[in-house]
Each structure stands twice: as C-alpha cells, then as structure tokens.
Design a protein around this ligand. Structure first.
Ligand code: ADP
Length: 445
C-alpha cells in the first residue's frame, strides 16, 4: 500500500516531466521553423536598393563573355555590351541607334547574307517565337567571317512596343577544332582503306579453292579474318562518308527522280537479301492494301511522285535502312512504302523485328550510337549508318525519323519536298539529258 502510494507519486512525476519535455520539444521545433523561415525569407528577398540592383546588372552586362544586344521591334539597337563590341568589331557608340542587320551581318552556310524576310532579327518579331541557331556565321566589321551561336528572345520590357534580347557567342575556336578532327578522320580513313582493301583481296584469294588449297581449320581462320577485314573496310568507308557529310564535301549530283519507279526497282533488287533470311518483302504505294504493288507483275498504275535528289545517295539511304531491317528482324516481313500529299513525298522502310526502346530513339541518328541489346551485340555494325542517312536527307531539305515498339518492329520514315510534274519537266529540260531519269514513261504500267 505504502509502496503503491509512492508509486503514484512517481507516475505523476513521470507524466509531468513527460508533458514538460514534449512542451520543450514543440517549442524548439516552432523556434527552429520560424528561424528557418526568416532565413529563407532573407535569402529570397535580399534587401537591395535600386542602385545596388542596377550596379549588379551593369556588372553582369559589362563582364559576361557573350555579346548581349537589346533591339526594338524595328531592329534598332538600344544596348550593346563590350563582348558584342569584341565579337562584331563595332563600338557601342556607333552601333547604338542603327539597324542590327547592319551591325550583326548573319550569313548562311554559303556565306551569303539572309534576305530581309529570312533574317532572324526580322523573323523573331514576325514569328513571335524565340530563335536559337548554333550553326550561324557572321561577318565582322573588318570583313572576317566568324562562327557564332545565336539566341534571340522576345522581351516584354515595355507593354506598348516589343523588344528582343540577342545573345551571341563566338564559337569559332570550337568549330575549327571540330573541322580539324573531321579532317583528320577523313584523311586517316581514306589512307587506311587502301591497305585494308589489299588485305581483304589477298584473303579472298587464299580462300579461293581454285587458287590455293587449304585445310578446313585454316579456312575457318581465314574466313573469320576475311569477315573482320570486311567490317574494318566498311568502318573506314562509313567514317570517310560521315566526315565528308559533316564538312559538306559529300558528292552530290541531284536530279529529278520519279520516286515510285526508283523505289520499285530498288525493292526488286533488295528482296533477295530479305528472302534469303526467310522474310517476306513488300512494296506498298499509298496508305491502303489496294495500292500494294506486286513486285513481279507490273500491272498497277500509280501517280508520278517527283523529288529532286541524287539517286546514288537515296539508294544509299534506303539500302542502309533496309539492311538494318534485315539485320534486326528474325521473322515476318519488310515493307518499303510510298505515299505523298501535294507538297511532300513520304517513303518508309518497315519491319517486324526487335524494335527500338523509346529511350534510345532520340539518340539513334547520332554518330556511333548503337542500342545496347542482345541483337546489336551479335549483329555487326558501326553505328554510323543512320547518322549518314540523316545527313543525306538533310541535303535535300528532308526529314528522317523512326517510330518503333520493342518486339513489334520499327518504321523509318523519310519526307522529301515533292516537285510537280511541270517543275520536273522544266528542270529536266535545263540539265544534261544523260543525267536525267526518264520522265516520259508512266512508271508502273
Ligand atoms: P549499325 O547498324 O551499323 O549499328 P546504324 O546507325 O545504321 O548503325 O544503326 C544504329 C543502331 O540503331 C543499330 O545498332 C540498332 O541498335 C538500331 N537500329 C537501326 N535500325 C534498326 C531496326 N530496323 N530495328 C532495330 N534496331 C535498329
């Protein structure tokens, strides 16, 4: 009884102490949160006077490495920082108050100045969209051409009239470095192709039973060496082509092509490689099955679809897409298709193969990119094919892209500008008749 009475005291004391402790903890938490809040408040809202702010902005404006120019909606320069002076060769006092097109003379890749309408400083106010161009060039006051990356953003500084902020970065050094690298790759791959071709030739001779007699073990070794040499030769060839594509030296002899005839012939040639692997091969014109063209019976009639491109280059693109389809499809079919509207001709290579994971699709057209899966680990390749395809299609102002689902298959699409029959005929009458595709025959009758 006595003990239990004391026990009560202990319990009361214990509960009391507990309440006090909880109170202290709540108080401390409250204090800490309010201290934190005050700190955050102080952090986000620095107590700067207007002069401090102006000083800071002016410090940034004067010290950044990028040229910073403010123009009004007529293109007249209002602000011009020291970096802009350094890049363009113009002094701020001369540049301010005049049209930016006279100061920042942006030129296209042929070194020609943009026409008024296509000039980015005019376009920004017409399109009302920010413009970014990482491959721009401009002519400085002393008439030298430099490479720049250009970013033009609309600025709503004054409700009554629009302005734009122009940011220019001189990327000449980086670009020259890239060009040197491309040059090196181009020379090296060109030089290395010759000995590789010789090795491949001698290995082929050694494997030829009419020329040399070898036992099975040696044949097996030589066959492997021959395949590896062929792969190396293809790698050098692709490296050379991609280096040329990058510095604009890709040989290109565009002419008018009736793409229906062109694709049908190519599909005829390619179908053997597909059939050898047990794959069905189709050529489809239009969007429905009725428009399917039988590859052997030439009875169907289809419209003329003209494009202006180098047939050898287009052949390279389609063959590469087709080879990939064969490589990455173990069963099912490969379809080459063609469709068009008034302005665009669209053709595609579709397969029922392994497909491409969504996360790889944005990188697929980059140099050396290969999807890391069991298919690519067993199938040879350089990862340069799609990069080259993209460069070629861009030569003709076209677009290439892929739609794909893993284990369902992939479709690589190409859009090219369509030219009318009249344009095709007038273009072909202007050029050497030896180099034109016959336009007088209805292609698939
Ligand atoms: P390569 O075929 O020499 O590896 P490409 O640039 O032509 O190089 O292709 C890059 C990668 O894109 C391939 O390695 C493969 O992972 C993927 N790819 C291309 N075409 C297909 C296709 N039809 N189906 C599945 N994956 C493909």
């Amino acid at each position: 009884m006595y003990l239990s009475k004391h026990m009560h005291y202990y319990i009361y004391a214990f509960i009391g102490a507990g309440i006090i402790a909880v109170g202290i903890i709540i108080f401390l938490i409250f204090r800490l949160t309010s201290i934190k809040k005050t700190k955050t408040k102080n952090k986000t809202k620095p107590n700067l006077s207007l002069k401090d702010q102006t000083d800071k902005l002016s410090f940034i404006f004067n010290s950044i490495d990028e040229g910073l120019i403010l123009i009004d909606s007529n293109g007249v320069i209002n602000l011009f920082n020291p970096a802009a002076e350094k890049i363009t060769g113009w002094e701020a006092k001369d540049a301010i108050g005049i049209d930016i097109k006279m100061v920042v003379k942006v030129v296209d890749n042929k070194g020609e100045e943009y026409l008024a309408n296509s000039n980015p400083f005019v376009q920004i106010f017409k399109l009302k969209q920010n413009i970014k161009d990482n491959n721009a060039s401009l002519i400085t006051k002393t008439n030298s051409t430099i490479y720049v990356s250009l970013s033009i953003s609309l600025a709503d500084l004054n409700k009554s009239s629009e302005s734009a902020v122009v940011l220019i970065r001189n990327v000449t050094e980086e670009r020259m470095e890239e060009e040197r690298l491309v040059d090196f790759i181009s020379t090296a791959s060109h030089e290395m192709r010759t000995p590789v071709a010789a090795i491949e030739g001698y290995l082929a001779l050694a494997l030829n039973s009419k020329v040399s007699s070898i036992d099975d073990k040696v044949r097996d070794y030589l066959e492997k060496a021959h395949m590896a040499t062929q792969h190396l030769g293809q790698l050098f060839q692709d490296l050379l082509t991609s280096a040329k594509a990058e510095d604009g030296r890709l040989t290109n002899h565009p002419k008018v092509i009736e793409i229906g005839t062109f694709l049908k012939q190519l599909a005829e040639e390619l179908k053997f490689a597909a059939e050898k692997k047990g794959l069905k091969m189709e050529f489809i014109v239009g969007t429905d099955q009725l428009a399917k063209v039988n590859l052997t019976k030439e009875k169907n009639i289809m419209p003329f679809y003209y494009v202006y491109a180098d047939p050898d280059r287009l052949r390279e693109v389609i063959t590469n897409l087709f080879d990939n389809s064969v490589k990455f499809t173990s069963e099912g079919s490969i379809t080459i298709g063609l469709t068009a509207d008034t302005n665009v001709v669209q053709f595609y290579v579709k397969d029922s193969g392994v497909g491409i994971p969504a996360e790889d699709i944005p990188h697929l057209f980059q140099k050396f990119y290969r999807v890391d899966n069991s298919a690519t680990r067993t199938v040879g390749g350089t990862g340069l094919g799609l990069f080259i395809c993209k460069k070629i299609i861009e030569l003709y102002n076209g677009r290439i892209w892929v739609e794909s689902r893993v284990d369902k298959g992939s479709t690589f699409y190409i859009n090219l500008p369509r030219i009318t029959q009249q344009q095709a005929q007038s273009m072909t009458s202007d050029v050497n008749p030896d180099t034109i595709t016959d336009l007088t025959k209805n292609p698939l009758t």
